[in-house]
Design a protein around this ligand. Structure first.
Ligand code: NAD
Length: 429
């Protein structure tokens, strides 16, 4: 199938490469020329496991190319996927400026085209496709949805760090369809993915994505709540949640207590759902508390540190892990941001290390110290905070911490174990 992808960030590029690997012909569109040039030369603009090899393969097989010209890409394709960002505005509501622009560009191109399907993959708040995207497409194309073009909502569930695996082996595919004809086109793309396909209404598909992310964030905040009780009881929350996760009514995943959730999706999506609920005159108290628990959890790392070392002013604090999760360089809303901000405000000397995310973090905190490796970050440190669960940190042994000035090791991610490093102090264990 010939596919145009509008917006080639984490989702656009990974889904594009995934579809290309299945023999589809993909054109990736982005407004950033530098990104487009990199992609065409086989260099991924982001870090994601296996992305470089798969991108090179799809360029070699001529199944994928990138361009800044959306009109040309739309004209050449049967299916157009909108994958642009949907950040928060200053009030936490969804900011649709990129979606609006993408819809205008696509609508303009559709004017001179035969029937094509436009599917929104970006996470958009319920009612967006029907009240914003379709009216723009109709205005700019001069055509009617369902007649001149088809429309679907096709939320994406990939996780950064395992994005390609998730694209190729999804738990399910959700297709919210304007009409059967639109849904049939999208189903054709997904039929050889060996995953159940749920065809539903557009608004339902939009809300499935928010309800999904809201529940995952809730599971972690709930685990943190239990974890904070565990800490006071002197028990390990992971032992507790292991037992809880064995109940067949739950899945054992996403019970990871620790330094809180972040990333490019949960914070903005939960915030947007809260704001949408309020707009609908509903006070979403559970979701508000899920966010509040998460905020407190990040502060707790620093409070815990102060309990151990006292005033952190002029102390050398090693921060291991900056990305919001392992196997990505993405630092959007990462817990490390709040933790480092607080440490800097308190006058600590931060020595940060991350296997992939230091370049992006330098834009946020140009004045802290970035080290070449873990050893340099730990040397003479008054304390160490582990903030991302990179595999590299899981391999640390007791002797790796010998060079610290004082052996205060605060664990925010449960990467160390007592057999290897007896003296660490877990935030909830
Ligand atoms: P991103 O910021 O990494 O990428 C968006 C890209 O769109 C950027 O490269 C930007 O330059 C480009 N862009 C903006 N306007 C454009 C336009 N008019 N034409 C062409 N390109 C344009 O965002 P992302 O993380 O890939 O997320 C995209 C969407 O997918 C969001 O709605 C997000 O919530 C959702 N999502 C993200 C993830 C994730 O893990 N990142 C997972 C599931 C869903």
């Amino acid at each position: 199938m010939k596919i145009a992808i509008i917006g080639t960030g984490y989702v656009g590029l990974c889904t594009g490469v995934g579809f290309a690997s299945k023999g589809n012909n993909v054109v990736c569109v982005d407004i950033e020329e530098e990104k487009v040039n990199k992609i065409n030369s086989g260099v991924p603009p982001i870090y994601e496991l296996d992305l470089e090899d798969m991108l090179k393969d799809s360029i070699k097989s001529k199944n994928l190319r990138a361009t800044t010209k959306s009109q040309e890409a739309v004209s050449a394709s049967e299916l157009i996927l909108i994958c642009v960002g949907t950040p928060s505005d200053e009030k936490g509501r969804i900011d649709l400026r990129y979606v609006n622009q993408a819809a205008q560009d696509i609508g303009t191109a559709l004017k001179d085209c035969d029937y094509k399907v436009v599917a929104v993959k970006s996470t958009v708040i319920p009612e967006t496709v029907e009240s914003v995207v379709i009216p723009i497409l109709e205005e700019y194309s001069g055509k009617k949805a369902g007649d001149g073009f088809g429309v679907c909502m096709n939320p994406e569930f990939l996780r950064e760090g395992s994005a390609l695996k998730d694209v190729l082996h999804p738990d399910r595919t959700v297709i919210g369809e304007f009409d059967k004809r639109s849904g049939d086109v999208l189903e054709r793309l997904y039929k050889n993915f060996n995953a159940p396909i749920l065809r539903t209404k557009i608004k339902v598909a939009e809300l499935i994505k928010y309800a999904n992310n809201g529940f995952l964030a809730t599971k972690i905040s709930y685990s943190n709540e239990i974890g904070n009780i565990c800490k006071r009881l002197g028990v390990d929350v992971y032992d507790v949640m292991k037992g809880v996760g064995m109940d067949h009514r739950f899945s054992p995943h996403f019970f990871s207590a620790g330094a809180g959730w972040g990333g490019s999706c949960f914070p903005k999506d939960v915030a947007a759902l809260i704001e949408k609920a309020k707009e609908l005159n509903y006070e979403p108290k559970l979701l508000e508390e899920v966010v509040a628990i998460n905020k407190r959890q990040k502060v707790r790392m620093v409070e815990h540190l102060e309990k151990r070392v006292g005033d952190v002013k002029d102390k050398k604090i090693s921060v291991l892990g900056l990305s919001f999760k392992p196997n990505t360089d993405d630092i959007r809303e990462a817990s490390s941001l709040d933790i480092i901000k607080s440490l800097v405000e308190k006058g600590a000397n931060v020595f940060a290390y991350d296997p992939q995310a230091m370049e992006l973090m330098k834009r946020e905190f140009p004045h802290i110290n970035y080290t070449e490796n873990v050893a340099e970050s730990l040397k003479d440190a008054d304390a160490c905070l582990i903030v991302t669960e990179w595999d590299e940190f899981k391999k640390l042994k007791n002797e790796d911490f010998d060079s610290m000035k004082t052996r205060v090791i605060l664990e925010g991610r449960k990467v160390l174990n007592k057999d290897d490093v007896p003296e660490f102090d877990g935030i909830c264990w």
